[in-house]
Design a protein around this ligand. Sequence first.
Ligand SMILES: [Zn+2]
Length: 483
Amino acid sequence: MKRNFNKHKEFNKWYEDVLQYAKIVDKRYPMKGSYVIMPYGFSALKKMKSIMSKLLDNYGHEEAYFPLLIPEKIFKREKDFLKGFGGETLRATKTFLHELEEELIIRPTSETAMYPMYSLWIRSWRDLPLKIYQTVNVFRWETKMTKELLRVRELVAFNESHTAHATAEEAEEQIREAIMIYKKFFDEMRIPYEIFRTPKWETFAGAQYNYDFFTIMPDGKAIELGSVINLGQKFAKAFDIRFTDKDEKKKYVYQTCYGISEREFGVAIALHGDNKGLRMISNLAPIHVVIVPIIKKNKNNKKLLDYCKKIQKLLEKTKCGKYKAEIKVKIDERELRPGEKYHDWEKRGVPIRLEIGEIEEKNKEIVVVRRDTLKKEKVKEKELKEFIKKTINEIDETIYEEANKWHKKMITKHKTLKDAIKTLQSKGGIVSVRWCGKENCGKKIADKLLGSAIGYKENEKVEGKCVICNEKAEHWMYFGRTY
Ligand SMILES: [Zn+2]
């Protein structure tokens, strides 16, 4: 049997090994930076997508679909956006037989696909606010090292929301709502996070300002989880999105957008797993309970298998966990030694394993093994359902608690730049130092740390002086090495 990797010390190997072994992705697809999401992985990803869709639906967003291809002329309308995305955007110019009449762009994100339509749809103040989202694939020609689910060329679960409002205040209000939605989403995903206001020079291309959610991966690097962006009126002006207000005047709308992708699934895998492999939380798990029948060779096992089916029926569709996931039960009848099956499902992160042999069947007492502690317990059949529900809940909580502990440990404040440098070098994470608010100083700190400026928290109090220029500090500024 292959050895397990240490998640924190050998994170890259651990991650690759788990994704492959747990059948989340297959990266043998014959194109660099692309891979296949396998059924087990896709099933969990689908659950993640539906967590987000439900939240957006509940807050008055409507789902739609806009085309993959965007005419080049339209893609180029907003200049900052073009500057920001131009370098990684693919252009389609010909078929095998002929040149296209008009060059087409494969969406790297959908502002320029949606907003020409917004300009047609929005006529009056009565059409506002408009809150639309879609979950689609987008393509970005990454030149940096790609990594399955975390940094990829084709995002397949890109969930982007785009809203339009009559006033700047309403757009601000939408930003607050979006932040709340994302908080709920990451809580449901059991991913600890920090919210930062992005410094001006790192702001989304074409935006007024944005907030980013960040967490820290097991290797100590920070990773952006999602962005909430106030676009102001720049796109409205570039795409002529105007409405007649109550005072009969024509006005440009104010816009916001926010997005997440399968990256969050990759982060959940990384944060929730342990050295033995994956650990699925209840609202992402494709399978919650696996039953391993202890089959005797050359014997009639029908009675045993029937009993396993009875147990499956007993548990299936019971609601479990804080977010009321429906329990899915699988009976593993493969012709393998039980030990191999145990190892297999442990690595794939199924929360509960039941071992049922002749004795268990006879005594109506089942061996229950939980994935987090691997503790074995015998449980009477009539107590099984409640026991499983309770245990799955406990497993969720343990996983979340461990992730939170790690997160808290990895965010540190420092009096001196030297201290921050030392910490970032030795253990990584996100470090913060006092900063005057000037771009120049922010960039200098980032350079010295060999990291990037992640952002600051608007309401966080700070006293003292900037670690670079010694002028009065405006914020605690956060830095890290990022994905
Ligand atoms: Zn300064």
